[in-house]
Design a protein around this ligand. Structure first.
Ligand code: RIB
Ligand code: CA
Length: 356
């Protein structure tokens, strides 16, 4: 059954993998993409989304640009994590397609109204665009079939402050307004993929080897911490080559921060959950966001024992089969990248073209 999905992201390296996975799923109708400022400024997010769409042969998917700044806070970006252009060392072709004139918030509203009750919403960046959409149309939450948010940290250390996760830390007011909006009016609460679980989705160089092999890309490269910094991929498949360049930057960043030569695939995991929510265990909670704490601003606070008079407004993802996550991502993206290479040149690199 085709699932209709609206994707709101701050493309970024892991957002890029999430987008390619969505494009690789023939059973997903990607209704639109909202570009939200976060990892990099919103115009860079927009350019990355357009570039990936063209590389993947999907120029028809509309890309919408959100606000240049959060609702209240000054914009905070993280080029040290995702690279100067948000895609690590990858140098994506300059897109020849343009963003839609409809802004990200109005695109949320139009998509939810056009597919009332059917649309799956997925947010892998700050919640600025979604919160703005809800300010403009309070009926939006109840129109969504499902909402999945990558964000928050509940019983684990933050990755931006000791108590706050990046997507929430960039725009705490937006996150607070979204969680409040889903606590009323009968809208099903979002599934929240927080660091507690997403930091268990640990990509290693061996997974990159498997991905290149699944795409039939040669040579198969295995990024190594001993490699020269910034070494560029020479593998034949264009999508895999850009992904290897992006992921190498991500590996180096995590290694530099004593997490090992690995990468956390927060957003691709949330994407799998958006399309197959039964693949995760969840627990209900009342989630709110601290806005005024000197040390705790941007902290996501979960009431999991009904201490607050209001009932639950979210479901926190608590466990999943991590190996199955990687099997699905590698197989789906690898097969898609292989097919894309065939579309482009008629033959996979290294295979003969026609009769010889
Ligand atoms: O905290 C991880 C999240 O922040 C991911 O979505 C990553 O892309 C960044 O946006
Ligand atoms: Ca993101």
């Amino acid at each position: 059954m085709t699932q209709r999905l609206f994707f709101d992201c701050d493309t970024g390296i892991d957002d890029s993998l999430a987008l390619i996975y969505l494009l690789a799923r023939a059973d997903v109708d990607l209704v639109g993409i909202a570009s939200t400022a976060g990892n990099v400024p919103v115009d860079v997010v927009t350019a990355n989304n357009l570039a990936w769409l063209e590389l993947c042969g999907r120029p028809e998917v509309p890309v919408h640009t959100g606000s240049a700044t959060p609702l209240v806070a000054d914009l905070m970006t993280t080029e040290d994590t995702h690279g100067p252009l948000g895609v690590g060392y990858a140098e994506l072709p300059t897109p020849t397609i343009a963003a839609s004139p409809v802004d990200a918030a109005d695109a949320w509203i139009e998509a939810a109204r056009a597919h009332d009750g059917e649309l799956v919403g997925l947010v892998t960046g700050p919640l600025t665009s979604l919160a703005t959409a809800i300010r403009r149309d309070a009926t939006l939450p109840a129109r969504l079939r499902r909402l999945v948010i990558m964000g928050g940290a509940f019983h684990t250390h933050g990755n931006t402050t000791p108590t706050s996760e990046w997507n929430v830390a960039v725009d705490p007011e937006a996150a607070a307004e979204v969680f409040t909006a889903f606590g009323t009016g009968g809208a099903p609460g979002p599934i929240v993929c927080a660091l507690d679980l997403t930091e268990s989705v640990v990509l290693t160089p061996d997974h990159v080897v498997r991905l290149a092999a699944a795409a039939g890309s040669t040579p198969v490269e295995c990024p190594d911490p001993a490699d020269e910094r910034g070494l560029r991929s020479a593998t034949g498949n264009e999508i895999i080559r850009h992904l290897v360049d992006a992921l190498r930057f991500y590996f180096e960043f995590h290694d530099d921060h004593d997490e090992g030569y690995i990468a956390h695939l927060h957003d691709p995991f949330a994407t799998l959950v958006a399309l197959a929510p039964d693949t995760v265990m969840t627990r209900p909670a009342r989630v709110a966001v601290e806005l005024t704490g000197t040390l705790t601003r941007g902290m996501t606070v979960a009431d999991e024992r009904w201490m607050s008079p209001s009932g639950p407004n979210a479901r926190i993802a608590t466990s999943t089969d991590i190996e199955a996550v990687f099997d699905e991502l590698i197989e789906t993206i690898g097969t898609f990248a292989r097919g894309r290479a065939l579309d482009i040149v008629g033959t996979a690199p290294g295979e003969s073209a026609g009769l010889v």
